[in-house]
Design a protein around this ligand. Sequence first.
Ligand code: FAD
Ligand code: NAP
Length: 537
Amino acid sequence: MSALGAGPDREYDAVVVGAGFAGLYMLHRLRGMGLTARVYEVGDDVGGTWYWNRYPGARCDVDSLEYSYQFSEELQQEWEWTERYATQPEILRYVNHVADRFDLRRDIDFETRVELATFDEEAKRWRVTTSRGAASARFVIMATGCLSSANTPDFAGRESFAGETLHTGQWPHQGVDFTGKRVGIIGTGSSAIQSIPLIAAEAKHLFVFQRTANYSIPAHNQPLDAEVVAAIKADYAGFRAQNRLMQAGFGARAPRNMEQGALDVDAEQRQSMYEARWQHGGLAFLGAFNDLLSSREANETSASFVRAKIRELVDDPEVAELLSPKNVIGCKRMCVDSGYYRTFNRSNVSLVDVRASPIEEITASGLRTGAAEYALDCIVFATGFDAMTGALLKIDIRGRCGRRLREKWAEGPRTFLGLQTAGFPNLFTITGPGSPSVLTNMLPSIEQHVDFIAECIDHMRTRGATVVEPAEWAEDEWVSHVNETAGATLLPTCNSWYLGANIPGKARVFMPYLGFPAYVEKCEAVVENGYEGFEFG
Ligand code: FAD
Ligand code: NAP
């Protein structure tokens, strides 16, 4: 399966779309197998999420020592993270280091958007059309990202605004100076919660337009302790193995309690469990008890703990009440912050309830809600992403008989293991819908998918197969299983992006699969049983 030589299109064994963590590792693996591969990337450099999201305060909320590659022992030993949660510039430096260390750039075309991918049934190859020409490849691997298609709601008058418009997911590389400006930020998800304290410290006035309040746990970010780092590096592989056993693929060393339900202990014990996790900081908060995502009553005990914290942190009781989420905790992606709630004690910050009075229009001079008009110099859209399927479906993907993926997925994505979809042979998705992806530490999830895909391609070489795709029955069973697993929890009970609820008109289907260890076990069983559920031709 080597390159077939020159033709009207450039020919490769594989085309990889996207040069974030997923695309880079995929390229490295394919090269290691002696295959020819080309990566196409819209941006002008590597990094994906960490290339695009340069807003103030952007950082990971999974510990840096875990939010990193593990495929190279030398890399994980030699790279020195400086903080518990690395900043965006530090993560971007890391991605660049990886690209250089493994000499990846020479096989990447930057500033190149993949627009169309068509499966040629006769040649059993994909024709990939980009903004700069076309290529032909046996395999197409979508490393397009779960959170890479920025969502800017279509407010009336959006184009008329005379000031500066920004999106957290498309932040200018040169940075933004908010000094002396009246700034409006729309949204209170993770991106807003990270950036609001920093924008507030600079702006003349910051208006926060909140539709739904979110739960946020303090990060307690700090410089990494050299002794902790040394202890982990002494057995990094063992540390990674412990994390692989965790439901979300991380947090093995964080305080957790999977033995008890929240109502198995008395109120005082519960309070001290939550307090300990609040003091520890970060996403481990929901590991306080084993039933927080399955029992509403249990969930309410942790939700009310956070609401009480908000009342402690925010001086104005009315503002505290408005900042207090009413939905189930953990149902929307939890946020992790550094000084978010206290920012609302500043005299230059106003919280605006756009649930009660929705945004009606963006005007030349600002923004108008049902209740008032706000004069602004700058509007920040912290309005998230068309998650999981957005970037994929922006590409016109046509499989067997010219069938479009957009049509196949009109009622929601359908995949086997989030890796492939029937009728689209040799098309793989890294962390696609139906895989644990966004419910996990994404780095181990990405590596697990890349390894699976590489081994599947290798298996095809061994058995002389040219195409692979899932059987319909396997896909149907998997889609049902993903839904059942989510349905047994509280996760589908609010308007989250996991469900596609943030995008008007998008089908409401719970997209990620809950449970990293169970998923890995399933993938291993599939392989052991001769790739059961996949069909080779
Ligand atoms: P991405 O990094 O999204 O890369 C996809 C790339 O594909 C992009 O560069 C994009 O330009 C390119 N692309 C898309 N479509 C095309 C096309 N048609 N043609 C060419 N190129 C295309 N996850 C965690 O586990 N922990 C965290 O702490 C965490 N923090 C996050 C913080 C932010 C602000 C965001 C937005 C996400 C965060 N995530 C986090 C999720 C994060 O997206 C993943 O961890 C990871 O970076 C995804 O890597 P990826 O390579 O799969 O996708
Ligand atoms: P998000 O969580 O989807 O938040 C978008 C915000 O915009 C929500 O508050 C939403 O309100 C609001 N919004 C959207 N449309 C609106 C409209 N028409 N009117 C008013 N408000 C509107 O997006 P995000 O903050 O960019 O985060 C996305 C994901 O990226 C996170 O969940 C996380 O997985 C990842 N991320 C991680 C970190 C980190 O800490 N490492 C940081 C940033 C992002 P509703 O809730 O009412 O829809």
